[in-house]
Structure formats: structure tokens, C-alpha cells
Design a binder for this molecule. Structure first.
Ligand code: CA
Length: 484
């Protein structure tokens, strides 16, 4: 191509604009033409823990716009990722498969875009597909009629964007506003004869948490409370918790807090100081995400699309918000694997409901295919959660989930591990350069402070969990231990 296409040209080149839009017919005509299969707007932020969302009971911030989706739809209480890291979670969502099947285990891996993906299957089913914002999978996006993504992690201010493989362009503005703008442009310029699937992927609130001017002074005159496990000493846990390099006291840098550390403070006071600066910036960038979720919801309503569009809000994984003295994610602990997941689709998803079924990131894709009335290929490992969304989970819904984290040695130094989580228990095996296990009773110890693996009273429980873990590994075709 001899010149850079504009966004409008790119969209228009995909398919001729519909007669309705050419003739300028109104929203009613549009709504009617796409009434059979719903559009899907999948909003995903990066590292937004559910305990920093109002409707999940946050005690440290409010998110009135994100909460709207929950109020008008469903809030999943046990949605988990299968590998709590940015790129692997994205690959799992794109394929409906675990890391060992889609080939993307760590942030260093490159996504093989030639493989079957959910957007490709939705395209085949007649959807127009688009992705805007964070991509983070190294290879170019495939299966999208339109894409405009940040290279790598992307920048918060005046970010560079790559539109449809064209030359990188710097865009003036704040990344969260721009991604919402581009999402609305995609919807505006779409082929109105087709239902659409839009992945709106925010960079925020990823490290290093740079707020926009509008929210820069939020929380300035107050102290954000520390979480209960802020001073966890990892007393009953193994090597992995002790050696992880994601501690607020030791591993937060002056770049993270955008100023030199003060001198003369006690270690406790300095840790608190670092926490306050970290958590306030984290919450400030979330405030902008929340504003922009509101803008997108308003846009859908104004354009007659609210009724026939599934709107999802999620994040690629959770995050430690000072919990266990940490920031970052990776571990199979609750704060890290738990994904916020809110979904609204009037007439399908009952308003204001919550559901405790275990839903995984590999389920998102098959759920969307189900909604699009497309076949779900047999090799997809996730399962349609549409009945869970209807708040009527099937009787044979999963009662346990398999997790596997691979990125070690690497930044933050979290050891490789895999494990199983049921409603009540979590069993974790750290392997590779060690052989250590942890067992938690989530009912009695929701903060996961007491490793019960060496408690003789748990022998039977451990045996049962190991059996179920092996069953899951077999079912999911997980490679054996050391070669995992
Ligand atoms: Ca992430």
C-alpha cells in the first residue's frame, strides 16, 4: 500500500457500507437489522483487580460506571484466569485454550497468529471483528477486520499506535481516552449489515500507573487503608512466597512512585509511604478507565445499541494491592487469579444478578461463539458459560479449575507452579527448580495465610485433590511435570 489508510477508509474497504447507513436511516432500522445475533463489546483492562471495583466490595475506591454493567447484568464471583500474566491470559481468551495448547506460556513468547482463534471463528460466522488498544502478543493481530493497537506495553501519554500494520503513529492524548475514542470510531464506521465483535483493551491500570491530569489529585488529602495481609511474613509457606520480588517494601522503585524515596523514615513508615503512592496512582488510572467505560456505555445507548449488545468488563488477571505485602500478580493466590467479570445483555442476562460458578478465561470465547450461534470446535478447552450468564448454570458445570504459571526465571522471580482450585480448597505445586506444595482451606482461611500441606489431618483431602488435579491435567492434555 503506497500510503497510510485512514481508519474510515480501512473500515469502508472491508465491506460496502450498508444501505441503511448510506440512506441515513436511524437507530431503529439499525437495531432491527441486527436483532438476531447480538453485538459483543468486550472491554478488558490490564491488571485491574476485582477488589478495586465498587460492585466487588472495594473499600478503597468507587467505580460507578463499571458498576452499571453489574447493576444491569451479572457479576461473576469466581471468574479466574488459567495463567495470571498479561500475554498468556490474552492468548487464552483469543483461543479458548490453555497456554500449553495455544503455545503462549510467558510474556516472552510470540503468539502464533496462524492458529484458530475466536475472532476468526466469529468472522466466519458473519461478525465484523475489531481490536483496539493493548495487544501485547508480539505477532500482528489476525482474525480482525480492523485493528489499531499499542506496540508492546504502550505508553500512557501520547502513545504510538499501529493501525492495520501501517506505520506507527503517535496520537496526542491520554491512552485510556484514546482507546475509548477508537472503540467508538470502530462502532461508528462498522458495516451495519453485520453484528460486530469489538475487543476494547485498555492499557491501564498496568505499571507504572501514570494518571491523567484530570485524576492526578484524586485521593490527595487522604490515606488509603492498607489491606489486612499487608505485613504477611509468609511464615507457613514455602520458598516461592519468600523469594518473590514484588514486595512493596523492597521492590517498588522510585520510577514507580515518580519521585525519590524520602530519607529518615522507619522501615514501616517507608513501606506505608511507598504503598500510598503506589495505590493512589493505581486507583487514579482506574478512575479514568471507569470514566471511559461510562462514555462507551452512553455511546451504545445513544446509538440504539444498548439493547442488542453484550457488554463485558473484565481484566486479564487480578493484582496484589499490597495484599501479602506485594504488588503484581503471577501467583495462584486469590488476588492474582481472580478476574473481575461483569456482563450485560438485556433479555438474556437477568439484571442485578451474581453467580458463584467457576468461570475461566478460556470460557469467554466459546460463550461468545454460542451467543453468535456459531459452532464451538471440539479442540476448544473452555466451555460456553451462556447458561451461567443466564444465572442458570448447568448441573454438570465444573467444580474445580486447573492453573499453570511458567514465567521463571524472570522479572519478579515467581517460581513455576501449577495447581487446582475447588470451591473450598487450593492445592499448589511449585516445580522446575524445587518440589514444594501448598494447601489452603479457602473457607477457613480466605486470605491464604496458613499452608496446611504438612498437616496430617489433611492427608485424605490432599489425596483427593491430587487425584482430581491429575484428572484435570489429563483431560486438558497438560504436559508432565518438569517438562511442563
Ligand atoms: Ca495484565
Amino acid at each position: 500500500m503506497s500510503r497510510t489508510m485512514t481508519r474510515r477508509e480501512a473500515i469502508a474497504s472491508i465491506g460496502a457500507l450498508s444501505a441503511a447507513s448510506v440512506l441515513g436511516l436511524g437507530n431503529a432500522a439499525e437495531a432491527k437489522s441486527s436483532s438476531k445475533r447480538p453485538n459483543i463489546v468486550f472491554i478488558m483492562s490490564d491488571d485491574h483487580a476485582s477488589h478495586a471495583i465498587g460492585c466487588y466490595g472495594s473499600t478503597i475506591n468507587t467505580t460507578p460506571n463499571i458498576d452499571r454493567i453489574a447493576r444491569e447484568g451479572i457479576r461473576l464471583e469466581n471468574c479466574f484466569c488459567t495463567n495470571a500474566l498479561c500475554a498468556p491470559s490474552r492468548a487464552a481468551i483469543l483461543t479458548g485454550k490453555y497456554s500449553h495448547m495455544n503455545g503462549l506460556r510467558t510474556n516472552d513468547d510470540t503468539f502464533d497468529g496462524s492458529q484458530q482463534t475466536i475472532p476468526k471463528l466469529l468472522q466466519k460466522a458473519g461478525y465484523q471483528t475489531g481490536i483496539v488498544g493493548k495487544w501485547h502478543l508480539k505477532s500482528d493481530p489476525t482474525g480482525f477486520d480492523y485493528w489499531n493497537v499499542l506496540p508492546g506495553q504502550g505508553e500512557y501519554y501520547d502513545p504510538v499506535l499501529i493501525e492495520m500494520g501501517q506505520k506507527k503513529k503517535k496520537k496526542k492524548g491520554y491512552v485510556t481516552d484514546l482507546i475509548a475514542d477508537l472503540s467508538m470510531d470502530f462502532i461508528r464506521n462498522r458495516d451495519k449489515e453485520k453484528p460486530f465483535y469489538l475487543m476494547c483493551h485498555h492499557k491501564a491500570p498496568h505499571r507504572n500507573w501514570q494518571p491523567d491530569a484530570k485524576h492526578a489529585n484524586l485521593f490527595e488529602d487522604m490515606d488509603i487503608p492498607e489491606p489486612q495481609t499487608f505485613n504477611d511474613d509468609y511464615a507457613t509457606r514455602g520458598t516461592a512466597a519468600h523469594t518473590a520480588e514484588m514486595r512493596i517494601d523492597k521492590d517498588i522503585t522510585p520510577e514507580d512512585v515518580k519521585q525519590p524515596f524520602p530519607v529518615g523514615l522507619s522501615p514501616e513508615a517507608l513501606k506505608h509511604w511507598k504503598y500510598e503512592r503506589y495505590i493512589k496512582d493505581y486507583l487514579r488510572v482506574i478512575a479514568s478507565v471507569d470514566d471511559n467505560v461510562g462514555r462507551l456505555l452512553d455511546f451504545l445507548a445513544t446509538n440504539g445499541l444498548a439493547e442488542n449488545t453484550l457488554v463485558v468488563y473484565t481484566s486479564d488477571q487480578g493484582f496484589f494491592l499490597g495484599d501479602h505485602g506485594w504488588f503484581d500478580k503471577r501467583f495462584m493466590y486469590e488476588e492474582s487469579i481472580r478476574m473481575p467479570f461483569l456482563a450485560r445483555l438485556p433479555g438474556v442476562i437477568p439484571e442485578g444478578t451474581t453467580n458463584k460458578s467457576i468461570v475461566l478465561n478460556v470460557d469467554f470465547g466459546p460463550t461468545f461463539l454460542d451467543l453468535a450461534k456459531a459452532d464451538i470446535p471440539a479442540d476448544i478447552q473452555g466451555r460456553s458459560a451462556l447458561k451461567v450468564f443466564r444465572n442458570k448454570p448447568p448441573k454438570n458445570w465444573r467444580t474445580a479449575m486447573y492453573y499453570h504459571y511458567y514465567e521463571f526465571p524472570a522479572v519478579h522471580s515467581v517460581r513455576r507452579h501449577y495447581g487446582i482450585r475447588t470451591d473450598r480448597y487450593k492445592l499448589i505445586h511449585y516445580y522446575h527448580d524445587m518440589d514444594e506444595w501448598e494447601l489452603f482451606d479457602l473457607e477457613k482461611d480466605p486470605d491464604e495465610l496458613h499452608n496446611l500441606y504438612n498437616d496430617l489431618a489433611q492427608t485424605e483431602t490432599i489425596a483427593k485433590l491430587k487425584k482430581e488435579l491429575e484428572r484435570l491435567r489429563k483431560e486438558l492434555k497438560a504436559p508432565v511435570d518438569k517438562n511442563a
